[in-house]
Design a protein. Sequence first.
Lengths: 352, 304
Amino acid sequence: MMETGALNLRNVLPWLWTVLWIASIVLALLLFVGAPVGEALSGFWQGAFGGRRHAYLMATLSRSALIVGMAISVMLSFRAGLFNIGGEGQLVAGGLAAGLIAILLPGPPLVVLAAAIAGAMLAGAAWALLAGVLQLYMGVPLLVGSLLLNYPIRYIGSYLVAHPFRDVPSGMVQSYLVPQATWFAYFPGTRLDIGILFTLTATAFALVYSYGTLHGYHTRLNGLSADFARTVGLPVRRLTLQTLAISGAIAGLVGAIAVFGIHHRYIDGMLVQPLYAWTGIIAVLLVGMVPWAVPISGFFFAAVQTGAAGMERAAGVPKEIALVIQAVIILFVASRVSGALSSRAGRGDGDA
Amino acid sequence: MLDLLLDPSFAASIPRFVTPILLAALGGALCERAGVFNIALEGFLLMGAFAAVLGSYFSGSPYVGALAAMLAGMALGLVFAEFNLRRGGDSIVVSIAINLLAAGLTTFLLRAIFDVTGAFSDAGIVGFGPVRLPLIEDIPFVGQILSGQSALFYVALLCVPLMHVFLARHRLGLRIRAAGENAEALRAGGVEPRRVQLVALLACGALCGLGGAQLSIANVNLFVENMSAGRGWIAVVAVLLTRGRPWPLFFIALLFGAVDSLSFRVQGLGLAQQFTDMMPYLATLIVLVALSWWRARRARGETR
């Protein structure tokens, strides 16, 4: 069952089969809804990369800003052997903090924006640390602890924008708009906001951190073998908490990008319903946690989602097909690349 | 608060909340005992809930709905087996993918088949009615809990002792435990562990499917996107906490279900819905912490 690394026909053939399988499942779904296949496929391509003056490509990039950001956040945890699947909660904590700070804090726009982004990163980090503390000091496995923490913050956010900070006249469950002066600018001549620059910065940081710093190397060691890391005297607990804090801060940053770049307020469900965090997770799993490949994989899944929206416009295929396609891809690909991931997750005997 | 807990209509609502968690957790327990780390119970439940509505709507019978839910759950179990057991994919990765697959397929099919988004409710969906138990229903208090529940609750209740006996005594149950505890010994005995694990996954799918049916065609008569809402994850916690032993599992599920039910009840008391909504998850975390402290204390006591 094990794959070898060498590139020859015997290794390429299974990948061909994989692609064929995925393609035929997508085709079956298209036929099931009675969509014209040709139009659906061209709609997909247009929706992901086309549009007048590449408007849809910009939409894909805008979505990638969030998905790649979440993927980077998750990757740092996963590589350290930490099954932090609570990215969603950390994302929500960040988005919520960003929105509320921008509404409540008076001052010059740039200061408010900087404070809001910093607050978002702190909130995300705090929410991630909570899961870490639960694991290290209270014996709750990170896998379930981080996941269960997704729900309370979701409802806290929902409460805050349904009651104290609700923009009542809008009739929706959402906060007031953040001051217009704090909105991210668009790149000239496009509808793409500069949020992606923050994601690129976070990505650059993560790559340097993973490949080029001692700290990143130590967390990676911890991820490959916690016993080894402990034996050679690495501060395993501190590494765990630091890694979670970095992951959470990046997830919180993504929440701020969504607020200032896209929605300009906190809307109930805006970070949960599109499943950004889960898409980020599978983007990492698709490429077997290899850092440089994660942004590419995140962009790919963003394109699958905007492409599906294009398919809906062009051929009436429900755009939810994107989720199915993503899941199928992960099923087929992950069984080839993932290998030893869950050896130490979930069983609760990590460090506690 | 106390009179609320003693209110028979509160007690009578507990089984509605216990049933999905218990059924999913029993399914998860089979996987756990067979050595399959299945954390896709959330997806299994959701798929079951959708298939139950589908089956009930097109046949007019809740039993066909429940059957459809079991089949849908088993189908996901088969997918799990194919990618985890046969192709060797990591169980967490496969689980995450299956959870996404269920979320995607149910919303996709909701639009493709019923042409609605968000929720599908229709008079054509026939749900499980309450089953009245003669004699038992006359017992004060207890009768109101035990009688008048959906058929699925009684199935879930029966499954607990059945699974206990099955795992302890039955040949297949023994093999399931062997697959989890010592797969090599099982193989040496001429039984392929992965086959046994496949059986566990299929049974798990069927049980989770029934749990989903309780959500969609017993508690209500409709399907809402993502209506499993974390209950599959709570079931996962129950399985991890009890290491898949049926009786402890039953009591944990009872506890979680009671909190779920309580949170539903206190909505009427002026507490914002968002705070009652988060109670089950907080309660689950608290139970996790409490049990781990208790275990740690006991472990320290033993070493002294």
